[in-house]
Ligand binder design. Structure first.
Ligand code: C2E
Ligand code: MG
Ligand code: MG
Ligand code: MG
Length: 283
């Protein structure tokens, strides 16, 4: 590296910065056209009731079918989407696509199925956001309660005024609200008190070292107790092992999401998973 060579230090730094900035701008431009050119996809990760092994719902997770780089995961582009504001049109696309998919599934007879989508802070603060949620629900004739919006603690608490007003209006519209990555923010309890969500999703960081980690186990039991007292449903994220599944299920954590059950999969595979579990449950 030129830095170690003791020469042109500032220049090398600028060159690096330039390269990074250029890369960022290229990514931003590509993402903008990806949204317009329908390169985004939704994959769905099953939410399973561990008591019956039935799929009770799914989380829509965005992917980018990049013409050269293949299928990209959100960590490759959500950051740029957030900082550029593109997360607004991206989020609008996700909302529309998930609502349309849910309507098709209901029409196919997958009745009780619920779908959740992730909503970013920028989206929630858009003045038209709540109206757009209502509009999509109407357009596809959905039962509002079949759609869940996942919001993180920081999204809920960042600019409290706007965010809380939106939350109140969403609650009125009948959609379900979930706190995502619960326990990782600085104000998890404040988020619960202010929002009174229908659900909380325990961040997979708490699940990862179960059942051995006594501290995580104690924290999760406390979350279950709190949720029960407040009548909030809990979904445990990141369930990867049978030991985690059983430990959670024995303590009331039967709603689970994780690679043990299934990764996020394309819509057709999701339907197959729903039907396979339904057949298995009937036997
Ligand atoms: P999230 O909402 O917490 O979603 C769960 C993430 O955990 C997903 O990653 C999922 O694939 C992954 N996961 C599920 N089960 C397991 C497991 O057992 N082990 C491990 N290690 N991971 C598991 P993904 O799809 O890469 O999404 C990452 C994040 O990107 C999401 O975290 C969410 O914050 C964001 N994201 C995804 N789709 C959207 C979207 O449509 N809009 C917005 N604003 N953000 C999105
Ligand atoms: Mg989520
Ligand atoms: Mg999460
Ligand atoms: Mg997350």
């Amino acid at each position: 590296r030129s830095k170690e060579q003791g020469r042109g230090r500032g220049t090398a730094y600028h060159a690096d910065m330039d390269a990074l900035l250029r890369q960022r701008m290229n990514l931003e431009r590509a993402l903008r056209s990806a949204i317009e050119e329908q390169q985004l996809r939704l994959h769905y990760q099953p939410v399973v009731d561990a008591r019956t092994a039935q799929v009770v719902g799914g989380e829509a997770l965005v992917r980018w079918q990049h013409p050269e780089r293949g299928l990209l995961m959100p960590d490759a582009f959500i950051g740029v989407a957030e900082s550029s504001g593109l997360v607004r049109p991206l989020g609008a696309w996700v909302l529309r696509a998930a609502a349309a998919q849910l309507a098709r599934w209901h029409a196919m007879g997958l009745g009780g199925l619920q779908i959740s989508i992730n909503v970013s802070a920028l989206q929630l603060r858009e003045p038209e956001f709540v109206e757009s949620v209502r509009a999509e629900i109407d357009r596809y004739g959905l039962r509002p309660g079949s759609l869940t919006l996942e919001l993180t603690e920081s999204t809920l608490l960042d600019d409290s005024e706007g965010a809380l007003r939106a939350v109140a209006a969403l609650r009125q519209s009948g959609v379900m609200l979930a706190v995502d990555d619960f326990g990782t923010g600085y104000s998890s309890l404040a988020a619960l008190k202010l929002v009174r969500p229908d659900r909380l999703k325990i961040d997979r960081g708490f699940v990862h070292d179960l059942p051995a980690a006594a501290d995580d186990a104690a924290l999760i039991e406390a979350m279950f107790g709190m949720a029960r007292a407040l009548d909030i449903e809990v979904i445990a994220e990141g369930v990867e092992t049978p030991a985690q599944r059983d430990w959670l299920a024995m303590r009331g954590g039967h709603l689970q999401q994780g690679w043990l059950w299934s990764k996020a999969v394309p819509p057709d595979d999701f339907v197959a998973a729903v039907e396979q579990h339904r057949r298995a449950a009937k036997r």
